[in-house]
Design a protein around this ligand. Structure first.
Ligand code: NAD
Length: 501
């Protein structure tokens, strides 16, 4: 049984609150460790460490900051598999998928290496009367990240690489379900040459989150997690004068037009709905075939493939998906599957009775893949996020009916359309009320140099993750109006300067 504590000011720090949370190994269904849950005072000490480190780090030349990111990229490549294995053992996602989790975070580190270019301001010379005007991007100070269980490498890296490259100092509050990878990242940052106190990890629960959201020294909070907590963090942090971005839950639809390549569609749906046991905010959880013919054909093609999904231990290299993260989460998903049946949708494949026959793994948090047909928009199991290995089919008669579903849904994270028709694809991409759209691409997760963020109840706040939006989130603009040489006199002016001389 191992323990995870905190990392503050460049040191491992033992938790003193006396409170712990369990860390499970979902593949065998046993507790394997415990994580210290920080008290308010412990969070405050992490914030104080970050505050103390801010003057020197923000004053470090942008080229030197970039060099730390360059080092980190090399170290992350070296440690990718070790991170992925630690991640799999606490999260349950299969090893190859965990490698992808690390890789996606690494890509943001690579993007952040270009921070000297990304931080360039604007300059206008001689805007009038010997006056030049320029703007620069300044770091905010201490900023914090609060992250979910489902991407314990990618999301802390999304946030911290951009924040730190911009010159801020950082407090990370990762998910208490899989804290090991964030703690490993702290060591890797240090090895990359990051000074003590710039990157701190505080493990904890609501007490830690509340402290971060209310402490006046924290200037910005980036949150990713479920919608109710995203809403809570957004309202609390903004009420305390902080900049906040809070990404929430999802229900992502994939529209299948009658002209789509159905083999491609079946591959796309199997991977996007069941990969990572459906525990992705960009998982496709709803398929919307347009027309009866395509719907019937799709069900016929998907059924044997869902039945044949290889569910297994996270380190079984043949497994396509692993267990759910905890027994509680498995029970919640199972509850939604029961609800979907009670609400009258057709159970085409039932993953609830999946039994893992390998000795030693019987208690793992496994569900097989489930497939529901004839799901209706009024059903609660359709309106809410399930976050498990299941796909719901909502049949639509026309393209207009199909686009209305994601558009009118409470969530608006991602969506995709499969079609061979450019007009239809273009109309979908332009008009659907969702933040990230794929065309013949099942999981449209933007790369690091673009920006990630949903709409409606999938994201609160105006500025997205990474890309140039990341630079904007972690900086504030200062604009300087200067006159050189100083000898120019225009006399006292009592009207607002228009600089048109
Ligand atoms: P969660 O909301 O339970 O937890 C997220 C963070 O909030 C954790 O650090 C947790 O400790 C903290 N937290 C939990 N309860 C809290 C409370 N009552 N008060 C204050 N803080 C609290 O989410 P999760 O289960 O870890 O992650 C899964 C969710 O995250 C899903 O809804 C998924 O869609 C969403 N998600 C969204 C995105 C996105 O970009 N939109 C990306 C990944 C995951």
């Amino acid at each position: 049984m191992y323990e995870r504590h905190h990392y503050i000011a460049g040191k491992d720090v033992e938790g003193t609150s006396g409170r712990f949370g369990p860390i499970f190994n979902p593949s065998i269904g046993q507790q394997q460790g415990k994580v210290a849950l920080a008290s308010k005072a412990e969070v405050e000490s992490a914030i104080a460490a970050a505050e103390a480190a801010f003057p020197a780090w923000s004053g470090t030349s942008v080229v030197k900051r970039a060099r730390v990111l360059q080092n980190l990229v090399q170290i992350l490549y070296r440690e990718k598999d070790a991170l992925a294995e630690a991640l799999s053992m606490e999260h349950g996602k299969v090893f190859s998928d965990a490698q992808g989790d690390v890789q996606r975070g690494l890509k943001v580190a690579e993007f952040a290496q270009g921070i000297p270019h990304l931080l360039k301001g604007e300059y206008s010379d001689n805007v009038g009367g010997g006056i030049d005007m320029y703007s620069m991007r300044k770091p905010l100070g201490v900023v914090a990240g609060i992250t979910p269980f489902n991407f314990p490498a990618m999301i802390p890296l999304w946030m911290s690489c951009m924040a730190i490259a911009c010159g801020n100092t950082y407090v990370l509050k990762p998910s208490e379900k899989d804290p090991s990878v964030p703690m490993m990242l702290a060591k890797l940052w240090a090895e990359a040459g990051l000074p003590d106190g710039v990157f701190n990890v505080i493990n904890g629960d609501k007490e830690a989150v509340d402290t971060i959201c209310t402490d006046p020294r924290v200037k910005a909070v980036s949150f990713v997690g479920s919608t109710p907590i995203a809403q809570y963090v957004y309202s609390t942090a903004t009420a305390h004068g902080k900049r906040c971005q809070a990404m929430g839950g999802a229900k992502n639809h994939m529209v299948v037009m009658p002209d789509a390549d159905l083999d491609q569609v079946a591959d796309a749906l199997i991977g996007a709905a069941y990969g990572s046991a459906g525990e992705r905010c960009m998982a496709i959880s709803v398929a919307v075939p347009v027309g009866k013919q395509v719907a019937d054909k799709m069900v016929e093609m998907l059924t044997p493939r869902v039945e044949a999904l290889k569910v297994g231990h996270c380190m079984d290299m043949d497994a396509e998906l692993g267990p759910l993260v905890t027994a509680d989460h498995m029970a919640k998903v199972r509850g939604y599957l029961d609800l979907a049946e009670q609400e009258g949708s057709d159970v085409v494949v039932d993953g609830r009775n999946f039994k893992y026959n390998m000795q030693g793994y019987e208690d793992g948090y496994y569900l097989g893949g489930s497939l529901f047909d004839n799901v209706k928009p009024g059903m609660r199991s359709y309106r809410e996020e399930i976050f498990g290995p299941t796909l719901q089919i909502v049949r639509a008669e026309t393209f207009d009916d199909a686009i209305r579903l994601p558009t009118e849904h409470e969530f608006g994270n991602g969506t995709s359309i499969f079609t061979r028709d450019g007009d239809t694809a273009r109309a979908y991409a332009n008009n659907v009320e969702v933040g990230m759209v794929g065309v013949n691409v099942p999981i449209p997760v933007p790369l690091a140099f673009h920006t990630f963020g949903g709409w409606k109840s999938s994201a609160f706040g105006d500025i997205n993750q990474h890309g140039m939006e990341g630079v904007r989130f972690y900086t504030k603009t200062k604009t300087v109006t200067q006159r050189w040489p100083t000898g120019i006199r225009s006399g006292a002016e009592f009207v607002i300067p228009t600089l048109n001389s």
